[in-house]
Structures are given as C-alpha cells and as structure tokens.
Design a protein around this ligand. Structure first.
Ligand SMILES: [Mg+2]
Length: 244
C-alpha cells in the first residue's frame, strides 16, 4: 500500500511537471519578477514622421504601407527617452520586457533590429516583440485590438501604452494598464484613439475636450481608470535622435 501511495505521488508530480499551460505566467519560481509590456508607436518610439512619410496603399488615410514603415524607423523615428529610462530601470531590477504593436508584421525584423540597437538589448520578433493588428468585428464593423491575446499568452503583469486600445487590451487581459502620455505633436497629427479624440467636435465617441484632457493628466488617471505615466510633454532636446 505504501508503495502504491508513493507511486501515485510521483506520478502526480511527474504529470504536473509535464503540464504545459497556455499562459506563461505560472512563474511562482520567479517570485517578484515582472513581465512588463510596452506598446511601440508613441510609447517607446516617436514615429509620427515615419507615418507621415509612408506611402499609402489607397485613398484611405489609414491604409498605409506598414512594410515600408517597419523598414524606416531607423531613419524617421526616435526613441522616447523617458520610456527608455523606465525600461532600463525595470531591466536593472531583473524584470522582463516585451513589446506589442498593432502594426502588421511585414518586415517586422527591421523593427526588432532598430529597437535592439536603440535600447541596447536583444529584441527579437515573436520572442519579445509581437505584431498584433486590430481585427474588424464582422457584425458591427468596429475595429478592435487583439493585443489582449498576446498580453494574456505572455502572462504580463503591466502594460504601458498611449492609445485607448492599449488600455482596453490591458483591461480585457486583466492586467494593470498604464497610459504613456502621447507627444503633443502626435496628438495633433493622430488625435483619434486617444481619450476618444480631444481634437474632435464633442460627440459620444469623443466627449473629452482639451480642458478635460488636461484635468485627466492633472489627476493622473484616464477614462478607463488607468494610471497615467507622468511624461505629459518633453522638450525636443530630451529625445535622442537616431539619425546618423
Ligand atoms: Mg501607440
């Protein structure tokens, strides 16, 4: 009987060890280690100029050539230094860093190389950089983020991003969402998907004026209840130019 109990115990232990959960967050053996995710555009990269220069695939202003964009960050995008400093701080404490972008994956390796060179540690597509484009609901026609699927699969604990969709993705995935304040130049160029749209005429999809937006920033909380990372704006001289 004793041997049967021992056999059962070791069998259960063996099967438990073989079990491979969908999520990677069963990191009890890594107590205290965080998996921290970051969006790319307007979170770690100020890429407005890259988007403005990109060829369009149609008359739809959103239909830009992402293969071209992913190849040209090294020429047209700059690192947002306060976020790079945050990443350096987190890595110094032993935490793991991931990037999740809604860009399509065409030429995604070029983005990985650019981030690796700029941030000084290896960033590899589909290892710690993930491309997760929006998908359209076939019934409503609304476009929705898919980043929550990657956030869940990676078992992230925190996700930093500038867009409303980043906060939605974090919330759906059940992790802390932190809003990185979008550079004023990007707000001017791409106001949608940012506190609704602070540049729009008031409407249900865009209820927040510039004044209300500033109140959100002053209180440090956003419309999804998210924390706001306090880089409300930063002068040009704090942005490292990566152009040769
Ligand atoms: Mg973004």
């Amino acid at each position: 009987m004793k041997y049967l109990q021992m056999f059962t115990f070791w069998l259960v232990l063996f099967l438990s060890a073989c079990h491979s959960p969908d999520q990677l967050n069963s990191s009890s053996h890594e107590s205290g280690k965080l998996r921290v995710g970051f969006d790319v555009d307007d979170t770690i990269l100020f890429s407005r100029d890259n988007f403005l220069k990109a060829p369009h695939m149609s008359t739809d202003p959103d239909h830009v050539d992402y293969g071209w964009i992913n190849l040209h960050d090294s020429l047209n995008s700059t690192i947002i230094q306060p976020v790079a400093d945050l990443i350096g701080f987190l890595r110094s404490q032993g935490h793991d860093i991931y990037f999740i972008t809604a860009r399509p994956a065409a030429n995604g390796d070029a983005v990985a190389r650019h981030l690796s060179r700029s941030l000084g540690f290896p960033i590899v597509k589909d290892v710690n950089l993930f491309f997760s484009p929006k998908e359209k609901d076939p019934v409503t026609g609304h476009k929705f983020t898919t980043k929550h699927k990657v956030i869940s699969k990676l078992g992230l604990h925190i996700f930093y991003g500038d867009a409303d969709n980043d906060m939605v993705a974090a919330s759906v995935a059940g992790v802390r969402g932190v809003r990185v304040v979008r550079d004023a130049r990007s707000v001017e160029a791409y106001s949608s998907n940012y506190f609704g749209d602070t540049r729009s005429e008031p409407k249900s999809a865009a209820p927040y004026s510039e004044t209300l937006y500033q109140q959100f920033l002053a209180k440090g909380v956003g419309p999804y209840g998210e924390t706001i990372y306090p880089i409300y704006s930063f002068p040009l001289d704090t942005v490292i130019s990566l152009n040769p």
